[in-house]
Design a binder for this molecule. Structure first.
Ligand SMILES: Cc1ncc(C[n+]2csc(CCOP(=O)(O)OP(=O)(O)O)c2C)c(N)n1
Length: 348
């Protein structure tokens, strides 16, 4: 039995007004989604050219979900994005050239060559880099939310998980503590319907992952993750509710993982008809159509934005390639915190 609320789609100008977005915000969302996809498309090329070591993951189909949530966060908030959430890094202001440098293991990458691909984040932008073990970052975000509550700071933590990772114990522990303490945290599930080759029906027996929220004492909402405006509206409401002391929310953003788990995987186990069906729901095309029908985006501005994004990304790739490989002498810098870094009221 489904218990979570199903979010109604944002459609009319009135809905958008309620979502608190002006034309510039709507265009910035579009730009950020294009940059996100553009980075990952170019990443594929760099990988095939042998310029990216290790593996390569993308969030194709998840651009609306990741950009929508990140747009709803305030600068003071923190988040723990995962392997499908390039849009969060882009929206928070990570420069694309540093992302390419990260992919290529260069010293200007966010991990300075010490960790690969999506294992990156700029802490100065309020993002915490993911470790491999999933969903190990959920309790970390809950810890941040607990600190905000204890210090009476009006900040919110956003914790991401995949659908498969929601079956692990860390997810339960994180949501239970957050519910008990009414912590300022919002849980986002990127439900892209597959965990590697395992489909949703073999991952959980409830109708929706968001149904679980009720058992932890907070609201769960199922959202069309291909609809960036609805994602934004629901994320904004949940984040501001958490900030006001209303406790956590679990938002399940439903999409389809449009590419394999990583570059080595052709996703042969995903029915082709399913991929075709979800291709029609492409979040970028959908937002572009909506912008055009609503009179926010004309042909000329669309062309301008497309050219601008292309130029940004081509220059970014070039700049990243000029970044040197890390120096072996720097192997242990940035690995452990310095005593001065630990000299904060929180650590004393
Ligand atoms: C504890 C743990 N087990 C296994 C893995 C290997 N692994 C990485 S991603 C992944 C699939 C996760 O699926 P899901 O949470 O649905 O996210 P998706 O990759 O589909 O976006 C697995 C099994 C891991 N990183 N951590």
């Amino acid at each position: 039995m489904a218990v979570a609320r199903e979010a109604t789609p944002v459609e009319s100008a009135e809905d958008v007004k309620q979502a608190d977005l002006d034309s510039e915000d709507l265009l910035q969302i579009y730009r950020n989604m294009l940059i996100t996809r553009g980075i990952e498309e170019r990443g594929h090329i760099l990988y095939r050219q042998g310029k990216i070591p290790g593996s390569f993951y993308t969030g194709r189909g998840n651009e609306g979900a990741s950009v929508g949530v990140a747009t709803a966060m305030q600068a003071m908030d923190v988040g723990t994005p995962i392997q499908r959430d390039m849009g969060v890094h882009v929206t928070r202001g990570t420069e694309p050239w540093r992302i390419f440098a990260q992919y290529m293991g260069r010293s200007d990458g966010l991990a300075a060559g010490k960790d690969g691909n999506v294992h990156m984040a700029d802490i100065r932008l309020g993002l915490i880099a993911m470790v491999s073990h999933l969903p190990a970052l959920m309790p970390v975000a809950v810890g941040a939310a607990l600190a905000f509550q204890i210090r009476r700071e009006p900040r919110v933590a956003v914790a991401w998980s995949g659908d498969g990772a929601m079956a692990r114990g860390d997810a339960h522990e994180a949501m239970n503590l957050a519910g008990v303490r009414k912590l300022p945290v919002v849980f986002i599930v990127d439900n892209n319907q597959y965990a590697y080759s395992t489909p949703n029906r073999l991952e959980f027996a409830c109708d929706h992952l968001a149904d679980r929220a009720a058992a932890y004492g907070f609201e769960g909402v199922v959202v069309d993750g291909c609809d960036v405006l609805t994602v934004y509206r629901e994320a904004h409401a949940a984040i501001e509710k958490a900030r006001a002391g209303g406790g956590p929310t679990l938002l399940e953003l439903v999409t389809l993982r449009m590419e394999g788990h990583a570059v080595h995987d052709d996703a042969f186990y995903v029915p082709r008809e399913m991929l075709e069906h979800w291709k029609e729901k492409d979040p970028i095309e959908r937002h572009r159509r909506w912008l055009k029908e609503s009179g926010v985006l004309g042909e000329a501005v669309d062309d301008e934005i497309t050219v601008e994004v292309k130029k940004l990304l081509n220059e970014a790739m070039k700049r990243a390639e000029e970044s040197p490989l890390p120096d072996a002498a720097d192997l242990d810098t940035g690995v452990y915190a310095d005593p001065e870094e630990l000299d904060t009221p929180h650590h004393r």
